[in-house]
Design a protein around this ligand. Structure first.
Ligand code: FES
Length: 80
């Protein structure tokens, strides 16, 4: 599974850096390093919906406050 987090300026202001850190930590805690790869991307033109996160091509809107729930639902939920 490939997770891409937008680190363009608008998403950066909404906390994309923090989400990258949260996801990295969640990947380690859940021991899914070999199943999930985390990438960054520049602005993907959906700034209104930031922070933009793509999983295998599908676009989601995530905030630092919702990152953990999102990870459990959309990432761990699909890996099982
Ligand atoms: S900065 Fe993330 S979509 Fe534009």
């Amino acid at each position: 599974m490939v997770i891409t987090i937008c680190i363009g300026s608008s998403c950066h202001l909404k906390g994309s850096r923090k989400i990258v850190d949260q996801f990295n930590e969640l990947i380690m805690v859940n021991k899914v390093e070999d199943k999930v790869s985390l990438n960054g991307s520049f602005c993907i033109g959906e700034c209104m919906n930031g922070v933009c996160v793509k999983i295998d091509g599908a676009l989601y809107s995530v905030l630092p406050e919702t990152a953990e729930d999102f990870f459990h639902k959309e990432v761990m939920g699909r890996l099982q």
